[in-house]
Design a protein around this ligand. Sequence first.
Ligand SMILES: [Zn+2]
Length: 127
Amino acid sequence: MGFFRRFIGRHDDSSDNHDSSVNPSRTESLFALTKEGYVIAEDIACQYEFAETEPCPHCDGPLKVLAQINRASQGLNELVCACRQCGRRSSIIFDVSNNVYQDWMAEQLGDLYIRNYDGPPRRPSRR
Ligand SMILES: [Zn+2]
């Protein structure tokens, strides 16, 4: 399906259909919190999707991503955001140690893939 659309579809970054930053194997754990309070990410695109919908912790305004901090050695990725309303900064920390993300990343990178994080994959916390 995605294969066919690549030929008939126009290049359009707003379309998720054949966006290589989206993992087609996302699970229901996406955006669940680990017990440490990290947001479970299963690909690159979802982290920006989350930042777009997450309200500012100070005023509930919309956020804009300023920078990405690669914390792969900790199995984490951090997005530094600024509020479009009050201008204050906040960080959203994503867990990328989970197998869904790592398997997807390995597939994306092929021979370039290096697993940077040695610890056990984090899991969604149960309440
Ligand atoms: Zn704000």
